[in-house]
Design a protein around this ligand. Structure first.
Ligand SMILES: NC(=O)c1ccc[n+]([C@@H]2O[C@H](COP(=O)([O-])OP(=O)(O)OC[C@H]3O[C@@H](n4cnc5c(N)ncnc54)[C@H](OP(=O)(O)O)[C@@H]3O)[C@@H](O)[C@H]2O)c1
Length: 234
């Protein structure tokens, strides 16, 4: 096992859902946790705030200015609008692209020089919607496919220069977090039916999977975790 005691972890999306649940577990493990958010008052206790709007490239750069050593980066921030290709609002596509894809990629790139020479771990949160396109998934699923391929590209680039930094991707199915209220906006009845039909994953279930990657022994590289509620069909 890799101990996280005294290690420094940078977590985006730290103010809600999966990111917040992960921060709580990391604090319990004795890690120093830096949480990126637009809403610092929403962070859990003992999480140090870094305020940034991830749609803004300059604000992403500022996260890393003056940052010291980090041992891990977890890209949890994400947004999910139900915005179809046929009739969705391109402004929604652009915001999802900026947060889910551009910010994640830039955080990966800018974090690299902050890792110690002994390495560390980057975990990107994709989705089961990054593995198959749900009929109503619209532009969200493409952003999550991109997260998977960016993770693979980064892993390949790092391995080609013998970097000890490991890269992983976690792809959950439905997780009961505020993101679903956004995704099902205007389709609240469908959300109620979905909740009634399955015991969804909870944020801490996904946080536990991310923790498993971060705590794996140094010689063990977990590259991908796919996880869904036992009740979820696909
Ligand atoms: N919930 C699900 O069913 C599900 C399933 C599969 C994958 N995922 C993925 O899991 C990740 C976490 O989702 P969640 O369910 O935990 O969502 P959530 O509870 O809605 O949390 C989303 C987080 O993203 C941050 N964020 C959004 N836009 C931002 C921006 N412009 N700048 C900075 N931070 C921003 C929010 O921070 P602030 O608002 O405080 O800034 C918040 O902390 C996402 O990548 C999502 O796509 C979720």
């Amino acid at each position: 096992m890799t101990s996280l005691q005294g290690k420094t972890l940078l977590v985006t999306g730290a103010s809600s859902g999966i990111g917040q649940a992960l921060c709580d577990l990391l604090v319990e493990r004795g890690a120093m946790v830096l949480g990126v958010t637009r809403r610092p008052s929403a962070l859990s206790e003992n999480v140090s705030p870094i305020v940034a709007d991830l749609t803004q490239r300059e604000q992403i750069s500022e996260i890393f200015q003056g940052l010291g050593r980090i041992d891990g980066l977890v890209n949890c921030a994400g947004i999910a609008y139900l915005s179809r290709i046929t009739d969705g609002n391109p402004a929604d596509w652009e915001e999802m692209w900026r947060v889910n894809v551009m910010a994640l990629s830039l955080c990966c790139q800018l974090s690299l020089k902050h890792f110690p020479t002994s390495g560390g771990r980057i975990v990107n949160v994709s989705s089961m919607s990054g593995h198959r396109v749900p009929p109503s998934g619209g532009f969200y699923a493409p952003t999550k496919f991109a997260v998977r391929s960016i993770t693979d590209a980064l892993r390949g680039e790092l391995k080609s220069v013998n970097s000890p930094i490991q890269v992983a991707c976690v792809s959950p199915g439905f997780v009961d977090t505020p993101l679903l209220d956004q995704y099902f906006l205007g389709r609240e009845e469908t959300l109620t039916q979905t909740r009634a039909a399955m015991k969804m994953l909870e944020a801490r279930d996904v946080a536990w999977a991310i923790l498993t990657i971060l705590e794996a022994p140094a010689h063990v590289e977990i590259g991908d975790i796919l996880m869904r509620s036992a009740d979820q069909r696909m």
